[in-house]
Design a protein around this ligand. Sequence first.
Ligand code: UD1
Ligand code: UDP
Length: 377
Amino acid sequence: MIKKILIVFGTRPEAIKMAPVVNVLKNDFEVTVCVTAQHREMLDQVLEVFAIKPDLDLDIMQPGQDLFDITSKILLAMKNIISEKKPDLILVHGDTTTAMTGALAAFYSGIRIGHVEAGLRTNNINSPFPEEFNRQTISKLANFHFAPTDLSKKNLLNEGVNEKKIYITGNTVIDALFFAQNKTEDPSVSEDLLRKLPFIKDFDEKKEKLILITGHRRENFGQGFMNICEALRSASIRHNNVHFVYPVHLNPNVQGPVNEMLGNLENIHLISPLDYLPFVKLMELSYFILTDSGGIQEEAPSLGKPVLVMREETERPEAVKAGTVKIVGTKSQDIYSHVDELLTNPSSYQEMSEAHNPYGDGESSSRILSALLEVNK
Ligand code: UD1
Ligand code: UDP
C-alpha cells in the first residue's frame, strides 16, 4: 500500500516538470515535498510560479559546486529524512544528480522508487555528462518507470525492465507548459519581460525577428561554449536587425565566457534567467530557439518553434523525427550556418515550424496518479 510519498527535486527543470505531479498527487496521497536546492534562485522562481511550498529544504547549493559536493551532501541529508518521514515511495525526476542521489538513498533504505521521465537514452555514458549515467542508474533502481513516449518504453524493455512496471504517460513538461500558456497574457508577465528587455515594448513579431538562446551543458564547458559564443557573435553581426536574447544560466562556467565574448554587442541581449511564465512568453515571441537544453527540446515542438540543438547527440529523438528539432553540434561554423539558413531561407524555416506534440497532451501527471492508485488496488 502506498500512502506516504516523498517527492525529491532540486533544479529548475525538475521543479517545472514535477510541479504538476505534486499538485495532482497531493489530493490522494500524503505528499511531502523535499527540495535539495541543488539550484537556489532558479528553483525558487519555479516554486513561486506553481505555488509550491516545500516541506523540507536541504539548501545545499554553493557557487561553483561540483558533482562530489552535490552527491555527498544530498545522500547524507536523505538518510535522516527517510528515517524520519518513513515514506512508502520516493519519486524522482529525470537525470540530475539530485534525482540519482535521491533514488540511491531510497534504494539503500529499501524504499520503493518511482521515476518520472524514465527511459530516455543516448547510450553514450559521457553525453550528456553525467546525466546519461544518472538516468541509467535510476532505471536500475526504480520500481515504477513513468516513460514519456513509446520509444522511452522500448529503451527500458531493451534493458530488461519488466513491462508491467512501465507506464507511458507523456512528459509532464507539457502539463506545465499548458498551465504557463494560459497565464502568459497576465500583465505581470509582460511587466517582468519589459524590465529585462525594454525593446519588447515596441517589438512586432510580424516585422522583426527574435532568436532565443540558452545553454548550460557540462560537456560544452570550455571550448564548446567558446564555439557557441563565436557563432552567435558572427550571426549577430551578419544579421544586425535580429534580436538575439540570451537568458544566461547562473553557472559560473557559463556566465564567464558568455559575458566576456558577447557582452558588447548591440543586438545580443544578455539577461539573467527568466521566470517560467515570461520565458514561455518569450518562446512564443521567438522566431526560433538555439539551445542545448533538454526541456526546451520538448516544449518548443508543441509551440511550433524550430529548435537548433547545440549538442552532438540527443536523448530526445522524437522531436528530431517530428522535424521541429535539428542537432547542429557545437562547431562554430556549423551553428552559424544553420542559424543563417533559418534566417535567410523561408522554406527551410517553414519545414521546421509546424507544431508537433510528441511529448504528450498535458495529462501526464494524471496518468502518473492513476498508475499509483492502481498499485493500491
Ligand atoms: C544542473 C544539472 C543538469 C540540468 C541543469 C538544469 C546535474 C549534475 N546537473 O546543471 O542536469 O540540466 O541543472 O539547469 O545534476 N547556480 C546559481 N543559482 C542557481 C542555480 C545554479 O548560482 O539557482 C550556479 C551555482 O554557482 C552552482 C552552479 O550554477 O554551483 C552549477 O549548478 P549545478 O546544479 O551544479 O549544475 P547545472 O549546470 O545547473
Ligand atoms: N527556462 C526558464 N527560464 C529560463 C530558461 C529556461 O524557465 O531563463 C525553462 C524552460 O522553459 C524549460 C526549463 O527551464 O522548461 C529547462 O531548464 P534547463 O535548460 O536549465 O535544463 P534542462 O532541461 O536542460 O535539464
